[in-house]
Write a protein that binds this ligand. Sequence first.
Ligand SMILES: C[S@@+](CC[C@H](N)C(=O)[O-])C[C@H]1O[C@@H](n2cnc3c(N)ncnc32)[C@H](O)[C@@H]1O
Length: 277
Amino acid sequence: MEKTYSLGSEGIQQESERLNLGIDLLNDIFQSLLPPEVEETQASASAVADVGTGTGVWLLHMRAAYPQITTMDGFDLSAEKYPALDTLPNGVRLHVHDVRTPFPAELHGKYDIVHTRLLMYALTAANWPPAIENLVSLLRPNGWLVCEDVGYQTWTSIPASEAYARFLRLDMAASEAAGRDLTFSHRFPSLFRSAGLQSRDERTYFSWDHPDLQESVTPLMMRLHESSMKGAIVRGGVEGLRNEDDVEEVMRPIRKQIQEGLRLGFGIRRVWGRKGG
Ligand SMILES: C[S@@+](CC[C@H](N)C(=O)[O-])C[C@H]1O[C@@H](n2cnc3c(N)ncnc32)[C@H](O)[C@@H]1O
């Protein structure tokens, strides 16, 4: 199957570091690891899965927050970012699996909560419906699917910046060329329903609500943007974004404006749905 994910080009160590920095920021923005409605029902939960788990960092936070959940399984296309498996806490196990393909039958119906986060650059428009069906196959009756993702519709600079708009234009063009849906997270409720879930609720959390985090948000977004553009050029790029020099030419004026006070911000959309009993 064609490789869609394009954020690995910065190198495994840098990508892992970025993801681990990202969780602290996202924990501060969400102020929770799970939607309150899911949290209320987790008292009886015993098994959780995180798909596209990266470094497994969300599961490690879950392990610390919910010691009574005894099975915590992470799945990713590649084990490259996994910590040494003998350093994992009790109950946490990490596996290799491509969410675009069905999970083994022995995992069907095993989990109370299935979680994904930050798969924006991982899946094409066509990949999402089978991926959601595969995620739903993991759920027990009454189990929850929780998907959390960022997207172009909420990426903004204050004040408005032509340099940042240029990045957005090129990155969106590269995403379209890769077959991604530019507003995919807005499809979650209908994809959940098509996969048989009751779509329960959704909320978008904004980094702008946390001025104290701004100093971390802007540099982290810049790292993400540089990584996605470098991933795009490996795939051949798009007009205006073909090589490292082009990436630098896009980034340089934004960096300069940041030194002069430009701030970047984002929203992350959390959508949750429940399987019938
Ligand atoms: C941006 S990272 C997010 C990692 C983690 N969810 C987090 O929030 O830190 C996206 C992850 O999805 C994984 N991925 C990409 N395509 C995938 C696929 N088809 N199936 C499973 N995992 C995939 C990548 O290897 C990468 O680790």
